[in-house]
Design a protein around this ligand. Structure first.
Ligand code: SF4
Length: 437
């Protein structure tokens, strides 16, 4: 006896439908007509197998059907164990400072604000050590901070130059992202980013113009238009760049506010901007409402001409998959943390940078608590229909010291809408299609 896999996805693509299985990652493209017929068979696996045994066996081989007795979660756990040993993509987050040029403190909790005297040298050594000794297969450096661009000339520029050179020599792909409030993206910085081939930026607008300017102002001056204009200049001057723009709105206004936001960007650059819509935390959303918003929002986003891909133009999405052993955050004070969202106190640090070889002295007890637990072993992830599809990307949102329902909801990709699930299926299908060609 066979049953349909719990992880089958049917995604519309160019007037056809991609059939994709999240466990095996197999995919095929069917016409709408074929899709309608096959769906009738999928609804009744027994009749399907009896009526069309060869076709059924093929779908079973691809993973769309499994034996009744098989627990797909066991298969998933096994796959995760194998991945752990094969994945050597390195994701390094660097916090350059806790300062900001705007009147809004990002880090207000007790944190050690003293700069490690030789942090720049240690950082370079750490990158070299990861390339030489840990044999990483790709590296993505994400710059963040109170305002990371305050340290562009003294940190970002020299480290990016150094890493690019080292990676070129070692044949390791290198990607770089900058998280910034967007106000300091002036011509000087844009030209340097262009020269350094930095093409991915994460920027946040905390609401429409009035709301944003009330909170984020520079010495009393509004910043919303300044940021939008900087994004425009950035996209015009670096046509290959990609801006991941988080935009907060409310359940009643997101439609009109998105249209208003679009008016700040000429149509020709909107394809370089991916909007990450965040519905205000004041609105507590039922799942059904969230789904309707997601659906409607995608249509609006598409109509306005914004980008709907999950990664920037240059980066292969597979390189976004990190194992937690190869993902950490270095702070300018020498502390090592497990993720930016959790940097609230120096007490949470899981290691310390050592000056000599750029190695990390791990706090073994905290690290084993973090890495020893399986991040997905909670009732929400185990019941998630997207677990095998998103699992590797969910890794990067790893929750240290176990996760509560609240912390999982706060970081869950389905809730944050950082990526659209359909776009992952499409990206993977397209990658395979290219390989065949
Ligand atoms: S974090 Fe969210 S998307 Fe990821 S597996 Fe858990 S429930 Fe699913």
């Amino acid at each position: 006896m066979n049953k349909q896999s719990k992880y089958n996805y049917f995604v519309p693509y160019k007037y056809k439908v991609i059939y994709y299985n999240g466990m095996t990652r197999n995919s095929i493209l069917l016409s709408q007509q074929e899709h309608t017929k096959i769906q009738e068979q999928f609804a009744d696996p027994i009749s399907f197998e009896l009526g069309f045994p060869t076709v059924f066996e093929q779908f079973k081989d691809w993973g769309f059907f499994v034996d009744e007795a098989i627990d797909e979660l066991d298969m998933f756990r096994y796959r995760e164990n194998l991945n752990k040993w094969q994945n050597r993509n390195f994701h390094l987050v660097v916090v350059t400072n806790f300062d900001t040029n705007l009147g809004f403190p990002y880090y207000i909790e007790p944190l050690n604000r003293n700069r490690m005297p030789d942090f720049l040298t240690v950082l370079k050594k750490h990158i070299q050590q990861m390339i030489n000794c840990e044999k990483i297969s790709s590296i993505c450096i994400e710059w963040t901070g109170g305002e990371s661009l305050l340290n562009f000339d003294d940190f970002i520029e020299p480290v990016v130059k150094y890493t690019r050179k080292s990676c070129l020599k070692a044949g390791v792909p290198f990607h770089c992202q900058i998280e910034t409030n967007g106000t300091l993206l002036n011509n000087h910085i844009i030209e340097k980013c262009k020269a350094l081939d930095i093409a991915c930026f994460k920027i946040k607008l905390i609401g429409n113009e009035a709301k944003h300017d009330k909170v984020l102002h520079e010495k009393g001056l509004p910043t919303f238009r300044l940021i939008c204009n900087n994004i425009k200049q950035l996209c015009l001057q670096i046509p290959t760049c990609f801006v991941f723009l988080t935009f907060e709105s409310s359940i009643n206004k997101y439609d009109s506010e998105l249209k208003q936001l679009a008016s700040f960007f000429p149509l020709k650059i909107r394809n370089q901007i991916r909007i990450n819509l965040q519905i205000s935390t004041i609105d507590t959303l039922e799942n059904a409402i969230q789904k309707t918003i997601n659906f409607k929002y995608k249509l609006i986003e598409k109509a306005l001409g914004f980008n709907q891909n999950m990664v920037d133009n240059e980066q292969n999405w597979k390189e976004l998959i990190y194992h937690r052993d190869f993902q950490h955050t270095l702070i300018f004070n020498g502390e090592v943390h497990s993720g930016t969202t959790t940097i609230t106190s120096s007490k949470d640090s899981i290691g310390t940078m050592l000056s000599e070889k750029g190695e990390i002295k791990w706090d073994i007890q905290k690290r084993s608590k973090l890495l020893g637990s399986r991040w997905y072993e909670n009732e929400w992830c185990l019941n998630c229909n997207y677990l095998p599809l998103l699992s590797e990307i969910c890794h990067r949102r790893s929750l240290p010291f176990g996760g509560t329902k609240h912390s999982i909801e706060r970081t869950c990709i389905l809730k944050t809408k950082q990526f659209s699930v359909d776009s992952i299926v499409v990206a993977d299908y397209q990658a395979k299609e290219l390989k065949v060609l």
